[in-house]
Design a binder for this molecule. Structure first.
Ligand code: IMP
Length: 179
């Protein structure tokens, strides 16, 4: 097994590049069908979703735009449950079809807070596309319309996901090693 070390922790391979790219293509295909004739605005959530956004947009062949925002509720390996702020949305999203692109939904609090905020700006619709979802960790009801993988309650890194800032650069996803 090809283990990696990030800071003080060891991680084991979890999702291969091929599995990830397959899931990304599948989501892209659904979006192309569902948003045919529309011009959605993708809103990528930084930093974690940068890689997913980049690969996802390459599979989208309908007219669309992309922008990025920053919001966070995480500190190290724990969700603080408190979203700090939503920074950098300059686009007018009133009347637009919005697709929020997230790397992972854990407690769901980040996305719930983001949804509440975006809804005050009167978009036509808002859907969430998240590469990963940890269903056992959800602390609120949230509709993840486009999901790549449902994964167990274990910390993961790679493909944009970090552990204290490191590990985002791997093209695969690694899971905290079984002790
Ligand atoms: P939530 O608000 O608890 O759903 O947390 C969502 C955010 O926490 C994501 O955007 C990630 O930045 C971070 N996060 C949650 N789980 C993990 C993980 O397993 N690895 C890395 N980051 C994570």
């Amino acid at each position: 097994m090809h283990y990696i070390t990030v800071h003080d922790k060891t991680f084991q391979p979890f999702l291969s590049e091929m599995e990830i790219q397959g899931a990304v293509r599948k989501i892209g295909k659904s979006l192309n069908q569902d948003y045919k004739g529309k011009q959605p605005l993708f809103i990528g959530v930084l930093n974690g979703a940068f890689m997913f956004c980049s690969d996802l947009l390459k599979t989208v062949d309908i007219p669309c735009e992309i922008t990025f925002v920053r919001l966070s509720s995480y500190d190290g390996m724990e969700s603080t449950g408190e979203v700090r702020s939503i920074i950098n949305l300059q686009e007018d999203i009133a009347g637009r079809d919005i697709i929020l692109v997230e790397d992972i939904v854990d407690s769901g609090l980040t996305m719930q807070k983001a949804l509440t905020y975006f809804e005050t700006l009167n978009p036509k619709s808002v859907a969430i596309a998240s590469l990963l979802v940890k269903p056992d960790c959800l602390k609120c009801e949230i509709d993840i319309k486009y999901c790549g993988f449902e994964i167990p309650e274990k910390f993961v890194v790679g493909y944009g996901l970090d552990y204290n800032g490191h590990g985002r650069n791997f093209k695969e996803i690694y899971q905290l090693r079984q002790e």
